[in-house]
Design a protein around this ligand. Sequence first.
Ligand code: NAP
Ligand code: MG
Length: 411
Amino acid sequence: MKNTQGSTQKIKVKSTIVEIDGDEMTRVMWKMVKDTLLLPYLDMALEYYDLGLKKRDETDDQITVDAANAIKKHGVGVKCATITPNKDRIKEYNLKQEWKSPNGTIRAILDGTVFRSPILVRNIPPAVRNWTKAIHIGRHAYGDVYKNQEIRVPGPGKGLLTFTPENGGQPITLTIQDFKGPGVLQGIHNTDRSISSFAKACFTYALDQKVPLWFATKDTISKTYDARFRQIFQDEFEKNWADKFNDAGIEYFFTLIDDAVARIMKSQGGILWACKNYDGDVMSDMLGSAYGSLAMMTSVLVSPEGYFEYEAAHGTVQKHYYKYLKGEKTSSNPMALIFAWTGALKKRGELDNTPAVVEFAHKLEQACIETIESGIMTGDLLKVATSSPKNKQVYTEEFIDAIANHLKKKL
Ligand code: NAP
Ligand code: MG
């Protein structure tokens, strides 16, 4: 878009986007992406939160809480990867304490579910050749085996499951096993509230992406526990989503988890797969690797109220950052970071009813994909791309510049 003076007129993003900065190599790439691919073309109102580890430490992590609340206020955020501190990081950054995972804190405040989906390009074929469309995955991130109690049973005895009502009612006790010798015992739980908000987030995301929703449990075996998940999804669907899904031409499909896995292998993709906590943990890593590179995996946190926070699925790419600090150039891949921005821009444009913003985001995504399909790519992709004499590994800056060239031709 050129104005009369011949200079490019910026596209106005109407409402505020919450920008959450992060750490290490992703922080470096974040700035490059903004400076080269966004700020020259967009007039954005950004509310900036610096979640770099230093700032989190200075503010006793209040900045993380503020950032989450800002997303609640404005509806759409975009987040860079952040360090979750451990013992080594406490020393490295001289921290006051081992601050909690920022993603965990934000997820708890927004009560959100994380959805991941791969960026597809023609010259990086998925390991499963019929997966021509993206398989989006949503993982329930509360309870089950991740919040369990376990006992190493030393010898013969009774393993019991007891619930004691708070209001003084009769306790319920079941025998899990009459142990004749040593073994193991485990207790797990979930809550209607958490399952229900997971279900709401899944229906929200499927409708947003216009893809069918698959959900699977093992309710033939777990007739109370897994059956409860199935029932809550079914009730939520019938009560709040059936008509909307019908209008959008998408379906809600429930099946057994083993059947779902078998069907996924034969499918073309183009679905949202909602997974219980453990299934999602395992399957999201399988999908990530099957689609080529962690740097091509995008991620969005969706709250049941419909707030959206976009990010890359990968971490801060620490090893590349140490090279960068030594003054070496790296071939780190900014694709998922760029798509976090385009995701936020598309959502903002949709909510604000500003099609020019949505269109810009689409063009930027297209420019990224064309760049890789022309053979220009970062090192992680070169390892998995279809071999071609055109393939060339470039440094991050060169890759972003190549994208900018493709983008300019489209505007
Ligand atoms: P990582 O940053 O995802 O990187 C693991 C490896 O994957 C890298 O060493 C690199 O392999 C490859 N990789 C990941 N992203 C890449 C990219 N964009 N371009 C090229 N290669 C890429 O995971 P990590 O090293 O285990 O974690 C580093 C830090 O990130 C930790 O402090 C962790 O707490 C944090 N983290 C944050 C988030 C988040 O904020 N969402 C998520 C996960 C981890 P090569 O070294 O072989 O090139
Ligand atoms: Mg995992």
